[in-house]
Design a protein around this ligand. Sequence first.
Ligand code: SAH
Length: 475
Amino acid sequence: MQYFPIFVKLQGQACLVVGAGEIAARKIDLLARAGADITVLAQTVKEPVLRIQTPLGLTIVQKNFTPSDVEGFKLVISATNNPATNELVAASAQQQGILVNVVDSPALCSFIFPAIVDRSPIIAAVTSGGAAPVLARLLRAKLETLIPPGYGHLAQLAEKCRGLVKTRISQPEQRRIFWEDILQGSVAESVFSGNLQKAEQQLLAKLDQDPKAEAEGEGEGEGEGEVYLIGAGPGAADLLTFRALRLMQQADVVVYDRLVSPEILDLARRDAQKIYVGKQRQDHALPQEDINALLAKLAKAGKRVARLKGGDPFIFGRGGEEIETLMQQGIAFQVVPGITAASGCASYAGIPLTHRDHAQSCVFVTGHLKEGDINLNWTQLASPNQTVVVYMGLVGLEKICAELIAHGSPHDLPIALIQQGTTRLQRVITGTLATLPAKVSAQEVKAPTLVIIGTVVSLHDKLRWFQDSSADTEC
Ligand code: SAH
């Protein structure tokens, strides 16, 4: 180990920063977060430091650096652009046994700054010892995505209840099991979803439970279950939210339907039970009421259930109905929004849904046929300066175009059909209200497809950026 990692307590400690430019300001900001008492020494003080002088209570000394300036400080940072000054600062501090860092000069440093993930009081630090700072930063970015923002609050809750738990559970081994359950179960989830009060109540309730009764249960998932209604986005796995991914990885059971791609399903916990509940257009693998009942049953059996839905659960996803059943039965749940097909497909097709020159509003409608008809407000949908997005509009495409024309839309209004948006199999077929239906029926189109109508579609040729499979089929 080239460097020994330690965390230094700087609360109220005198620290000196030599230099007062942009880089110095960044280091000052870091020291201030740790509560240091900061003196800045420089001949000229630049704007970035002046801006933070009052809020951070900095002491500013305007003079040239001399070796005796380091006296009395616990830690010194040199951030000047003068190599001779930097060397002098380093030598003076080293001579007096004071920790010193010279920005961008590892050879002059007695300590280095790691890349930090700050979830105080939890702090993760990464360094490459100067060998590959970008690699350390990449690793830090990975950690940022892995560690939920609420981790700090979780640690604070643990700290608050630590004494009480210690008196109530005297056996260290049992205490460890208790904390493992708290820190990765429903209590942690309540913290992450911002419900600190509920989290504390849940923790206290678990403390009141008879640990023997717990031990006699079936182990995993025993106790109260819950349901995570998760929007899995339109297809591309990396369009999932951090929260969606985290909850998928801790669920005991995953209930999913056709729109959830295999790549996304692969991200669930490997040993989780996976239940397909279908939803093909004519062939509903499981009626909605049965899905609602299934979720409730699994949660009541103590399972953490990830209910994965394509796109966003609250946009043509019947998410409202599923949580209504859970609500009625007093089952804990949370809803995780996802990227809906309209925004995923529009972005990946280079079709902005609103645009100052084209559309000041955007409507999402369903083109689902009921007894051969589509019941929509055609007059409203045919009005100009808006974008209309039709979900489930493939079968009724011809009818949709005809109705819009009949209600005043121009024949040549641009329209696009996007197949399997956001995935490698994405294909965009464009045309006008008059031409698209014939163009689409002449090709083999695979579900799911989304229809976007409005003059914004004319921007597709100019703004397309995603390499989809359209090119293969057009030639
Ligand atoms: N809750 C989902 C919509 C479910 S309705 C959401 O927010 O996106 C199902 C319809 O969504 C499909 O018929 C299709 O019109 C649309 N859809 C979903 N994913 C799609 C995709 N990747 N490409 C094109 N259309 C998609």
